[in-house]
Design a protein around this ligand. Structure first.
Ligand code: PMP
Length: 423
């Protein structure tokens, strides 16, 4: 049976009273998921923005198989291993210049937690009491208490509100209102915060909201002027999503601290890194043990995941993914254009391989049940799409073919026929 209703599993981001079941997937390949009974789903959101090239990329799978012949988890304090060493060297060479140190963890949330802790440790070890983080309206950085605190407040995190720490929130730089954001950032910087934390160029879970590279570059300049650390959360944007390998490249921005996860292994295994400038590492160097960076997770630098990431970087080094990304950007641009003047949608937009559009419905906001109605329509057509409230977005793996993308956009048109209304 490919639809499971009786299960002891409590699934993430799921209201079980409304969504009691789940499709049981037995096989994944390329852009497709296949259920036990043979039903197929086109994975048009790359399984929560994780898969880059496609499911089960042969070179990455092969590297994983080979590494299991040598290593499993190895303690990573006092000991190291070649997959982690080689990967760190490769990442330092690949990421914006100056990100010279690599701290390993295992998820997007943890690498952002690490970034925040690095920033606070940096200032403390320098003898400055700077603990405040500046963050963007609608931002999302994970679901731990620490990363929820820097993310936007919403019904999702309301139960934990008393535990969430305060941040300086600056408005999202929507088009025409960029100066408001920059002014707010400048005011916040005068209070000597520890760091600005942003998702560069596109805010994911906050609604696939896009802003300009010029604004990102200006944000970095303001931070530099006030000696505020700039943290880029590239967990979603990293590894090609925005059309370049990393989003910060488009703004010529070198972050002081950068977070990468999801696409680091091509999506095959959990692995994350927080990379930082030399001065942040060196601020933690001291004969006093208390100044060390006290963070670890049991699975830090898992060798098999590092081997998968190395294989992924080898795949990128062939140039093929960059060419596929460029082609996919064009394919996405032509397909989303068909809705540009469709009155049932607003804010039709694209950045890199990501497109998004807001269906005009009465029920808006994060928890709008329209998302579930839409999801059912898409699932019934063999598509995996997971709208964010009324925002439908397409975030495909790079292997998707033109005809497959057409299925996605046809279904979006049909969904609008069912639920959309002219604004
Ligand atoms: N930061 C961003 C920008 C993300 O999009 C996500 C996940 N969607 C996270 C952090 C958290 O990553 P994870 O789910 O791996 O903890």
């Amino acid at each position: 049976m490919s639809f499971v209703t009786e299960s002891p599993i409590w699934r993430p981001f799921t209201q079980h009273a409304l969504q009691p079941g789940a499709f049981k997937i037995a096989r994944a390949e390329g852009a497709w998921l296949e259920a036990e009974d043979g039903a197929r789903f086109l994975d048009a959101i790359s399984s929560w923005w994780v898969i880059t090239h496609g499911h089960r990329h042969p070179a990455i799978m092969q590297a994983i198989r080979e590494e299991t012949e040598r290593l499993d988890q190895i303690i990573f304090a006092g000991f190291t291993h070649e997959p982690a060493e080689a990967l760190a060297r490769r990442l330092v060479a690949l990421t914006p210049p100056g990100l010279d140190y690599v701290f390993y963890s295992d998820s997007g949330s943890t690498c952002v937690e690490v970034a925040i802790k690095m920033a606070l440790g940096f200032w403390r070890n320098r003898g400055e009491a700077r603990t405040r983080i500046v963050a963007l309206e609608y931002g999302y950085h994970g679901d731990t208490i620490g990363t929820m605190s820097v993310g936007a407040r919403s019904p999702f995190n309301a139960p934990y509100e008393p535990l969430l720490y305060e941040v300086s929130r600056i408005p999202f730089p929507s088009r025409g209102r960029e100066q408001e954001t920059l002014d707010a950032l400048e005011r916040a910087c005068r209070d000597r915060p520890a760091a600005l934390l942003v998702e560069p160029l596109i805010l994911g879970a906050g609604g696939m909201l896009i802003y300009g590279a010029d604004t990102l570059a200006e944000m970095k300049r303001i931070c530099a002027r006030y000696d505020v650390l700039f943290i880029a959360d590239e967990v979603m944007t990293g590894f090609g999503r925005t059309g370049t390998l990393f989003a910060c490249e488009q703004a010529g921005v070198v972050p002081d601290i950068a977070c990468y996860a999801k696409g680091l292994t091509g999506g095959a295994l959990p692995l994350a890194v927080t990379m930082c400038k030399r001065e942040i590492f060196e601020a933690h160097l001291s004969p006093e043990r208390a100044r060390a960076f006290f963070h670890s997770s049991s699975y830090t630098a898992n060798p098999i995941a590092c081997a998968a990431a190395l294989a992924n970087l080898d795949v990128w080094a062939t140039g093929e993914p960059a060419a596929r990304v460029a082609a996919l950007c064009d394919m996405q641009a032509t397909r989303i254009a068909r809705f540009a003047d469709d009155a049932r949608f607003s804010n039709v937009r694209r950045l890199g391989i990501v497109t998004a559009l807001d269906l005009n419905v009465a029920d808006r906001g994060y928890l709008a049940t329209i998302a579930l109605d839409l999801m059912r329509v898409f699932n019934a057509r063999g598509l995996l799409l997971r709208p964010l409230g009324p925002t439908i977005y397409v975030f495909p793996p790079y292997c998707i073919e033109a005809a497959e993308l057409d299925l996605v956009y046809d279904a979006i048109g049909e969904a609008a026929d069912c639920f959309g209304r002219s604004a």
